[in-house]
Ligand binder design. Structure first.
Ligand SMILES: [Zn+2]
Length: 171
């Protein structure tokens, strides 16, 4: 997705050592993402950045409820996601050594934008299969499928309790 300016960190003015940044992903982020995977959400992002003379090591942590489509009935459902991802930005390196985790910055760069990495972290924190708890799928679809032996999570997911608590707190 396109970079959002809120997620730009001017590292040139930072001292060597540890720094912490916090962001909240809300409607702006999910609208800008324009991807099918998320309909919305309210996710807290915590970035720990360690700066040294040669690199910036960032640890991105995402946590919060997101709205997605159920893989079974395609109706909206809420999920609480939680995930971590490390990303390293090399200041004076060889771009040919870059991989998923390591990115070499332009020699003249003095800022990094984390929107893409935050989005990836969020995407990777989704479960492989997203399905409503048993009995909560869209009844119209259930009927149309005419399949009583549908696959559901066999045990209640503890994250649903956490989500219910979050929901009652929301205005
Ligand atoms: Zn469903």
């Amino acid at each position: 997705m396109d970079p959002l300016k809120d997620h730009t960190i001017q590292f040139s003015g930072l001292k060597d050592g540890a720094h912490e940044f916090q962001f909240e992903l809300g409607d702006d982020f999910f609208a800008a993402a324009g991807e099918e995977e998320f309909e919305g959400g309210r996710v807290n992002v915590l970035v720990n950045l360690h700066k040294s003379a040669t690199m910036l090591v960032t640890n991105i942590h995402v946590e919060g409820p997101v709205s997605v489509r159920c893989d079974h009935c395609n109706a909206p459902m809420d999920l609480v996601v939680k995930g971590d991802q490390r990303q390293i930005f090399q200041l004076h390196g060889d771009p040919s050594e870059d991989d998923d985790e390591l990115v070499t910055l332009e020699p003249a760069a003095h800022s990094i934008n984390l929107t893409h990495y935050i989005y990836e972290c969020l995407r990777l924190s989704l479960p492989a299969r997203k399905v409503h708890p048993a009995g909560q799928c869209d009844p119209e679809v259930e009927k149309a499928l005419g399949d009583l032996a549908v696959e559901h999570e066999p045990v209640p997911d503890p994250r649903w309790d956490a989500l219910k608590q979050l929901k009652t707190k929301r205005p």
